[in-house]
Design a protein around this ligand. Structure first.
Ligand SMILES: [Zn+2]
Length: 403
């Protein structure tokens, strides 16, 4: 008789980052034992010495925007944020695939590449109202248990300048959306205090987190960052507020950077980057050294904003490392941490990684070290979500996937 519990799975012969070969026992979806050579069973999953890494976590996507599943669409938008907002709205009508279908395509691709949790912003504006949100929620439901999806009610076209959006955000939060979004309080809405009053007012009223897109450049952007940090500190929202992009941090002088970084660190505001080009990259190491949490996400994946992106966070880690000049093993490990543990922490999942007591979310890849995995981006031989194999050799394990 097999003495093992029916809910126990053993992953045999995986290699940890420090080179140790281990057998991983998972019980009820949680890592229970990590040790060399426990008694074997025919049901074990043999990892054949593959490298084990924490599962990937994508801290910033737009599930409702992607064209995945559609024929190639040429990029048409102009160079500014406003150009892209308008080009995207103009093209919405002729997409031919529902938000739900395109979001499913995104989720399946992300999962096959080892992402088991992601945060998606969802457009809410006077034209689409909550339609995109409902499409994304349906996709989230269809993949529940395989990939965890956290949603941000995102006022892409502005909050104060677009009529009725504040009420729509309120309605989205009543439907259980986890975070309220914002966008360029000065650049889009032209009213820093008014925008932040609305965003943080909604956060307080609904007890949710905040994630603000900030493209505003230079000293204006830095001023906005400090205002966001101050609101976060006063409201005690540390650890629950993210500023995505924060391009301003890349172009201000060292003294202003130090003051701004300190304000962000004290308040507990996370900065999220996708390593964008050609915009100057934020100073990741300086921020981390100052105590600022930095996380990573894909942002746009083949949509009206960008033809680039493939929902692969190992590739995103490589792009960030490449742009940041991270060449040492430590630097490459930092890039990987942004795409795994740091993004998980931002999403309120601090126990992410291959340790006893943590949820068994991990990937196995053919690489010698984490640094090589970032540089090479090998196919994901195995993707494991809460102890269950959900993808193998880059393809989804299809049982229980309805569509
Ligand atoms: Zn975005």
């Amino acid at each position: 008789m097999n003495a093992r519990s029916a809910k126990e799975v053993v992953f045999r012969g995986g290699r940890l980052a420090d080179g140790r070969l281990v057998d991983l026992t998972v019980r009820d979806g949680v890592v229970h034992v990590v040790q060399a050579a426990i008694p074997s069973s025919p049901d074990d999953e043999d990892l054949c010495g593959l490298l084990l890494l924490p599962a990937l976590v994508d801290g910033h996507v737009h599930l409702d925007k992607t064209f995945l599943g559609l024929p190639w669409r040429s990029h048409r938008a102009g160079p500014t944020v406003r150009h892209r907002i308008e080009a995207e709205k103009a093209g919405r009508g002729d997409l031919g695939l529902s938000v739900e279908r395109r979001a499913l395509n995104f989720l399946d691709r992300a999962l096959s590449r080892g992402t088991v949790a992601l945060r998606s912003h969802v457009d809410i504006d006077p034209a689409c109202k909550l339609d995109h949100l409902h499409g994304v929620m349906a996709a989230r439901e269809a993949r529940r248990g395989r990939i965890d999806v956290q949603l941000v009610a995102f006022p892409q076209s502005g909050l104060l300048t677009a009529p009725g959006v504040s009420d729509l955000l309120d309605a989205a939060l009543r439907e259980g959306v986890e975070l309220v979004g914002g966008i360029d309080p000065i650049g889009v809405d032209g009213d820093l205090d008014g925008h932040l009053d609305a965003v943080f007012g909604l956060a307080e009223r609904h007890g949710v987190g905040v994630d603000i897109h900030l493209h505003d450049p230079g000293y204006q952007g830095a001023l906005e960052l400090r205002a966001i940090a101050e609101r976060t500190r006063v409201l005690g929202l540390g650890g629950r507020v993210t500023v995505s992009h924060a391009f301003a941090l890349a172009t201000i002088d060292a003294k202003t950077l130090a003051i701004t970084a300190e304000a962000l660190a004290v308040a507990g505001v996370t900065i999220l980057t996708n390593g964008p080009g050609p915009t100057p990259l934020i100073p990741i190491e300086t921020l981390r050294a100052a105590g600022v949490a930095v996380a990573a996400g894909s942002d746009n994946v083949r949509d009206a904003w960008s033809p680039f992106g493939n929902a692969d966070m190992l590739e995103r880690a490589m792009l960030i490392a490449y742009r940041a000049g991270f060449r040492t093993d430590e630097g490459l490990a930092t890039a990987l941490a942004l795409a795994t543990t740091a993004s998980a922490t931002m999403m309120g999942r601090p126990s992410h990684g291959l340790a006893v007591g943590h949820v068994a979310d991990f990937i196995a890849v053919d690489a010698e070290t984490p640094a090589e995995a970032v540089v090479d981006r090998p196919p994901r031989a195995l993707v494991v979500k809460a102890g269950r194999v959900v993808a193998r050799d880059g393809s989804l394990v299809r049982e229980n996937v309805s569509a």
